[in-house]
Ligand binder design. Structure first.
Ligand code: KIV
Length: 302
């Protein structure tokens, strides 16, 4: 890349912290979150005034092309989280602990959670799971790391759940999810993602908690909402869950732009004079005269 212009000035907004999050929730104001995995998207989300950016392990599917979230590694997550923290200055930044970075061993969970803060500028981490993870969450919170919980449809357990299915549809499973939410709050989570639950259950859980719930496929009664950026922008076309609202069709716009570029190149319509650099006639003539005197250079190179 060459001749890039200087960055335009950026409007500053105060940094969102877990306390800002808590206060906004206490005032009854909805919280907005979006995922991001790179610098330009993080910057756009941040400048749009969104409260929080989740560097989700959905990275595996929407950016890296894997069939599910299970194979993204801690190092890949950190690589993308670093790019996001370079792009976002105001939003709360949450790093998603990937599969097997916290399930096997509590000390390893604390170390991996800490890496998100120490090595990639995240403010908090998220992990999937209910009651079974209370002691892991307590250990991470003890290390001074804010934790966002995630219950309901937890994609890292897709094999155990038998697919990407709505959770909590029976009285018994709804009761389990309520218990999970209460246990996560008690363990010190600062917020909880509720994914793919009946809306009345998500609202009920939200009303029983003092910490904010962040819904995705959980209706309008949660304290806030999160969407995967590529879903919202129309850039992930493999499938679209019912809960996604597309705010743009960037997948189509990208294909159209790339095809228009290819056609321009093939027709020699790009680059035009406005995209090309010039040289004075005087320098050009001097160059030609010098070049004519040195024909042997080309011949010598063979
Ligand atoms: O990985 C992710 O993007 C998530 C959201 C769907 C909450 O966990």
């Amino acid at each position: 890349m060459s001749a890039r212009t200087a960055e335009p000035p950026r409007d500053e907004r105060p940094k969102t912290t877990v306390l800002t999050f808590r206060d906004k929730h206490r005032r009854g104001e909805p919280l907005s979150l979006v995922t991001a995995y790179d610098f330009p998207t993080a910057r756009a989300v941040d400048e749009a005034g969104v409260d929080g950016i989740l560097v989700g392990d959905s990275l595996a599917m929407v950016v890296l092309g894997h069939p599910n979230t299970l194979s993204v590694t801690m190092d890949e997550m950190l690589h993308h989280a670093r790019a996001v923290s370079r792009g976002a200055r105001g939003a709360l930044l949450i790093g998603d602990l990937p599969f097997l970075s916290y399930q096997a061993d509590e000390a390893e969970a604390v170390r991996n959670a800490g890496r998100f803060l120490a090595e990639s500028g995240m403010d908090a981490v998220k992990l999937e799971g209910g009651k079974a993870f209370v002691s892991t969450i307590r250990a991470i919170v003890r290390a001074g790391i804010p934790v966002q919980g995630h219950i309901g449809l937890t994609p890292q357990s897709v094999n155990a759940l038998g697919g990407y299915k709505v959770q909590g549809k029976t009285a018994e499973s709804a009761r389990d999810l309520l218990d999970d939410a209460l246990a996560l709050e008690d363990a010190g989570c600062t917020s909880i993602v509720l994914e793919s639950l009946p809306d009345r259950l998500a609202t009920y859980i939200t009303e029983r908690l003092t910490i904010p719930t962040i819904g995705i496929g959980a209706g309008v009664g949660t304290s806030g909402q999160v969407l995967v950026a590529h879903d919202l922008l129309g850039m992930f076309e493999r499938f679209t869950p019912r809960f996604v609202k597309r705010y743009a069709e960037l997948g189509t716009a990208m294909r159209e732009a790339f095809a228009a570029y290819r056609k321009d190149v093939e027709a020699r319509a790009f680059p035009g004079p406005e995209h090309s650099y010039t040289m004075t006639d005087e320098e050009w003539k001097a160059f030609q005269a010098a070049a004519v005197k040195r024909p042997h250079l080309r011949a010598a190179r063979g």
